[in-house]
Design a protein around this ligand. Structure first.
Ligand code: UDP
Length: 237
């Protein structure tokens, strides 16, 4: 795959090249009381994910007789952004919660857990662009940490268009000042896409480039997800 760099390398505000991720750190099993958990830092993002279940739910109408159900809640802490965020759900967090559940669901063997609920909480402690993808990445590690059977560990990453250039993993500044953002999530074993969103304007070729670049980013992040799980579970052997 050849990427066309219109403005040349090094034109990004933080000095990254077009295909470079921000620094990334993932730790799994960070919370005692949750069944599974993960902490992720990516650039200026700090994100905690916690998983409860599979378990019975008091809200019986949400349960299904033939399959388990996954429910996600994405929440931004009031202190996570420059202008204090009003606590509680808003349109954006409701949308991100919905697409997160949809991105994760295809990887889970939910048919093994009829009448059960899996609850995923994603808390954005500090935000610096790309929190929906980073939240999905952290939640997938927390699901694996909870021992929930799955086909693959879903991973999220965005690419986008900034200064007429297709670049990987937009920072908050690039997200706000750029021309387009393309967050995706995949199951890395098969490259099956479980989330694809875009905003702004892209040509068809630019969209293809952005998706390919984001898939490459997902594969890099996937290695770090697996390392986090290996560190937790293989260090005792
Ligand atoms: N943001 C903010 N206040 C908000 C929502 C978002 O400052 O109420 C910032 C935050 O850094 C976030 C970025 O804007 O990461 C981009 O938000 P977007 O809705 O594009 O989602 P994201 O890129 O985080 O998935």
């Amino acid at each position: 795959m050849v990427f066309i760099i219109i403005n040349g390398e090094g034109s990004r505000g933080d000095g990254r090249s077009f295909n470079e991720l921000r620094s990334l750190k993932i730790e799994s099993g960070v919370l005692k009381r949750a069944d599974g958990s993960a902490y992720l830092e990516m650039g200026g993002n700090k994100i905690l994910a916690a998983v409860y279940g599979p378990r019975e739910s008091f809200i019986k109408r949400l349960l299904k007789p033939n399959t388990g159900v996954i429910r996600c809640k994405y929440n931004m802490a009031p202190f996570s952004v420059d202008d204090r965020k009003r606590p509680g759900p808003d349109r954006r967090s409701i949308e991100i919660s919905k697409i997160t559940a949809e991105a994760l669901r295809p990887s889970l063997l939910l048919e093994n857990f009829p009448h059960s609920m899996i609850d995923v909480s994603i808390e954005i402690i500090e935000a610096e662009g790309g929190t929906r993808c980073a939240g999905i990445t952290a939640a997938a590690v927390a699901l694996a940490d909870a021992g929930i059977p799955m086909k693959d560990i879903v991973v999220g990453c965005a690419a986008g268009k900034v200064n007429d250039e297709i670049v990987l993993d937009l920072s908050e500044k690039e997200d706000k000042e750029g021309q387009s953002d393309v967050p995706i999530a995949i199951m890395p074993r098969t490259n099956e896409i479980t989330l694809l969103q875009t905003d702004g304007i892209l040509t068809e070729d630019e969209l293809k480039l952005a998706i390919d670049l984001a898939i490459d980013g997902c594969h890099e992040i996937s290695k770090i997800q697996k390392d986090a799980l290996k560190k937790r579970y293989l260090s005792n052997f």
